[in-house]
Design a protein around this ligand. Structure first.
Ligand code: HEC
Length: 117
């Protein structure tokens, strides 16, 4: 009797786990500003980009920042733009059209496929 054993380990699950565990440590930088933290304690990832403060103002008022973490890190600019526009059109998120570019820029560079890490 011969049994074949395969030793290939699926690496994707491990990579995803590592990606998500590094997110928890980044919530401390903006302590001197007056910011509202989401109730569950998941903050938007800090960033020097102008869209960060706009996202603080407009993207965690209805739901927590945790929603961003569930989006695929491979998501590109058009995906985020569509998301932001959907929040405005469908749910009447109260930001101006002119703020969309900054919001999208922050989102794609922080949660999407333009992350520098
Ligand atoms: C007026 C309330 C409101 C605002 C403001 C708002 N959202 Fe949402 N958002 C929702 C609701 C409601 C859902 C759940 C929609 C669903 O389940 O389809 C949601 C879901 C999401 C999701 C989960 C994915 C999905 O398709 O459901 C993401 C990501 C998201 N929002 C991002 C954002 C971003 C980025 C901003 C800021 C530009 C924002 N939201 C602002 C109401 C809002």
């Amino acid at each position: 009797m011969t049994a074949r054993r395969r030793k290939r380990m699926p690496r994707l699950a491990t990579a995803l786990l590592l990606a998500t565990t590094s997110l928890a440590s980044q919530a401390t930088t903006a302590a001197e500003r007056t910011l509202q933290l989401p109730e569950d304690g998941v903050a938007l990832k800090a960033s020097p980009l102008p869209g960060y403060l706009k996202a603080q103002a407009y993207c965690v008022m209805c739901h927590s920042a945790e929603y961003m973490l569930y989006q695929p890190p491979s998501a590109a600019r058009p995906y985020w733009e569509a998301m932001v526009r959907r929040m405005k059109q469908v749910f009447a998120a109260p930001f101006d059209e002119s703020e969309i570019p900054d919001l999208v820029d922050y989102l794609v560079k922080t949660y999407g496929n333009e992350q520098s890490r």
